[in-house]
Design a binder for this molecule. Structure first.
Ligand code: ATP
Length: 684
């Protein structure tokens, strides 16, 4: 099948309408200054990434070893190599997204300046994983992303034009109104998801676009569409770098440059079409009918058998025969790799690359437009984010929908079990049980929303890395969008139980019950957010979350009276920092104070609610129920603040710790190498 004949993507269609749209897109993005766009070069010099193993028996491992290279605007580069050779590590280091356990030396420069400080603006990174909100449609996703980042003074029509043009550019018209889908909802295809991820990153026109395996898991046609769309993006004046696994010859032909890695070392860097020439010169000619990219991979892969077959051309000689006849039959994979690396180092291609890097670094007057992140005002970001989050919460039934239904259902069950309690002697314990049941079940079922929240948090992290909005805006928007659901969860069950159980009559008692439920739910939400921000793994998160909620319920004073809780840990500080004790005490005070109950034996004096609280439940009456409610409210604010601080600290402290750790480890490595008279690591 000739892939070029398949449905076109964006400008490739040659459709006048689409071409005009894309022009609009370029103008609307503010990137009509092509000369400026043409000036963004990414250069990496002596880039080394190490996985230190200080003090352990395993030696320090070099994941990347002194790599040099550059990416030019207007060109698309493929990074190829066998699995585990360091493709993702290279892309992560170019985008400034390396994890904290590795250290980097060498430098990455964008137009001659250090990349790190600018990573969130000019460089966009499309990771291997598609991190999207599955409840939104393709168009909604792009529209919200545009509203979050494009200047606030842009009209609705202008934003819509950009969204339409981006959809056309990535060939997403057919699926623009379909939901993306998640684990329980079948949505758009893998290729469409990947194109959407690329669309989101190109929306504001980054200068360098980095993609980690944009075609993995896709069929040949989908892979072709994506790479062709990327080529169009590159031709708009951007530098595009993509790692790729075994591309078809049609896909490979779309790349301008090729960077072949093996074991973290550079085997070839240069024009993609010249690679065949280099491998032939190095002694590994590509057989005529073979896909060149397959051939390169076979040469650098641990496939001795295949390489030998390659060496003797298209003749298919059995492996046993080669062993006796082929002079190179004693070559091991590492020898082949070492040979290729040496040949490349001495080749004209390496010379050209070095000369080009020198030229790029010498070009004067290359200015970087740093204002490439979000240009929307904070209030616009807040409104957009709140709206998007609300829509996600409505559509994702696992977030609140199922919980609201269960709360109502359980409220009906509890309401009928404790129906018309009255003020008999037996109603004393029943009232307390009813309050504990309501509070306990609401607290515990909140764990159900954790998976949806973890999903949303992943999107937050992706968007934060691209500088979409601030942490404060996110925390506030989450609070605003969840408030209607928290209200529904408090008012729904509260309103069902109140008349059924016939709790204390009077508006103030009813209002207190609802407020107590609302604040308790808000605290539990905050608690779940803290868990999600610290443990971004579903299973672990649910287990830890359930544990904390269980402790909250135990320390609330119902199952073991507050004065009887062991003082160390349980009473101080747990019952004070977890909200359960305040919420339960407030609810009981609301129920009992001022009420009189029948005595155990007929004819005895009435039992006063205040005495019951003090003597039976061990609740001190030195402060009012409203103070208990205020304490729950303060804990709710405190938990949200902790959530904010964790997100902020993770962003600020992580790079700082990474830097300090790198300095310390480099120092230790240098000391070690001095002791063992090994060559030292560069201190850059
Ligand atoms: N942060 C890290 N900690 C420990 N090991 C790492 C880390 N990052 C990368 N590695 C190791 O470095 C090697 C290269 O990993 P990388 O993901 O870059 O390979 P890759 O070429 O992208 O592989 P694939 O094509 O299979 O995705 C692997 O052996 C990997 O286990």
């Amino acid at each position: 099948m000739d892939l070029g004949e398949l449905a076109p993507v964006g400008r490739c269609s040659g459709s006048h309408e689409v071409a005009v749209d894309v022009e609009k897109l370029v103008v609307a993005r503010g990137n009509d200054d092509r000369e400026k766009m043409a000036g963004m070069y990414l250069v990496w010099e002596e880039l080394t990434v190490m996985l230190p193993n200080i003090g352990k028996k395993v030696p320090t491992r070099r994941l990347l070893d002194g790599l040099n290279g550059f990416a030019e605007p207007g060109r698309i580069m493929a990074i190829m190599g066998p699995s585990g050779c360091g493709k993702s590590t290279l892309l992560d280091s170019l985008a400034g997204r390396l994890p904290g356990n590795v250290i980097t030396t060498g430098q990455v420069l964008l137009n001659g300046r250090k990349r790190t400080t600018l990573a969130r603006g000019p460089i966009a990174y499309v990771t291997q994983e598609n991190v999207l909100l599955g409840t939104l449609t393709v168009k909604e996703t792009i529209t919200y992303s545009a509203k979050l980042r494009l200047p606030s003074n842009m009209s609705k029509e202008e934003i819509n034009d950009i969204v339409e043009a981006t959809i056309a550019e990535m060939g997403l018209q057919d699926c623009e109104d379909r939901l993306i889908g998640n684990w329980h909802l079948r949505g758009v295809s893998g290729g469409e998801k990947k194109r959407l991820c690329i669309a989101l990153e190109t929306l504001t026109g980054p200068y360098v676009l980095i993609l980690d395996e944009p075609t993995s898991g896709l069929d040949t046609a989908s892979a072709f569409f994506i790479v062709r769309a990327l080529r169009n993006i590159a031709q708009d004046g951007r530098a595009v770098i993509a790692s790729i696994h075994q591309p078809s010859s049609e896909v490979f032909a779309l790349f301008d440059d090729l960077y072949v890695l093996s074991g973290g070392q550079n085997v070839y860097f240069g024009e993609a079409e010249k690679a065949v020439e280099f491998f032939a010169e190095a002694g590994f000619p590509c057989p005529k009918k073979r896909n060149p990219s397959d051939h390169f991979l076979r040469c650098v892969n641990s496939d001795f058998d295949t390489v030998n077959a390659t060496l003797i051309g298209s003749r298919t000689i059995p492996y046993e025969m080669q062993l006796s006849s082929d002079p190179l039959n004693d070559m091991t994979t590492s020898k082949i790799k070492a040979m290729l690396i040496e040949k490349y180092e001495q080749s004209k291609y390496a010379e050209r690359a070095k000369a080009k890097i020198r030229d790029i670094l010498l070009i004067e007057g290359l200015q970087i437009q740093t204002k490439v992140g979000s240009q929307a005002a904070w209030w616009q970001q807040l409104c957009t984010l709140t709206e998007r989050s609300f829509l996600n919460m409505i559509r994702d039934l696992g977030y609140y929908g199922v919980r609201i239904f269960f709360y109502m259902f359980l409220a009906i069950c509890a309401g009928t079990i404790f129906f018309d309690l009255g003020t008999s002697y037996s109603s004393i314990i029943a009232r307390a049980s009813c309050d504990a049941l309501l509070g306990g079940m609401m607290t515990f079922l909140s764990i159900g929303g954790l998976p949806s929240f973890i999903e949303e948090l992943k999107v937050f992290h992706r968007e934060r890395l691209s500088g979409h909005y601030g942490v404060a805006v996110y925390v506030l928007s989450n609070f605003l969008s969840s408030t209607p659901f928290l209200l529904a969860m408090a008012i729904g069950p509260g309103s069902i139980m109140y008349p059924l159980v016939k709790l204390r009559p009077g508006f103030s008692h009813f209002a207190y019950l609802l407020l107590d439920l609302l604040c308790s739910l808000a605290v539990v939400e905050g608690c779940m957010m803290i868990v999600a921000s610290l443990v971004p793994n579903f299973l672990m998160g649910i287990m830890i979350g359930a544990g904390i909620l269980g402790i909250t319920i135990i320390s609330s004073g119902f199952y073991c009276l507050l004065p009887e809780l062991p003082k160390l840990i349980w009473r101080y500080p747990i019952s004070y920092i977890l909200f359960g004790a305040y919420a339960f005490q407030g609810a009981l005070k609301n129920e009992f104070i001022g009420l009189e109950f029948d005595p155990l034996l007929p004819g005895g004096p009435k039992l006063k609610g205040n005495d019951i609280l003090r003597n039976l439940f061990g609740i001190p009456l030195d402060h009012s129920k409203w103070l208990d409610l205020s304490a729950v409210f303060v804990i709710f604010i405190m938990y949200r603040a902790i959530f904010f601080i964790i997100l902020k600290l993770k962003e600020i402290a992580a790079p700082l710790f990474q830097k300090l750790n790198a300095i310390r480890i480099l120092q230790q490595l240098n000391d070690q190498s001095r002791l063992t008279k090994m060559s030292s690591f560069p201190s850059k």
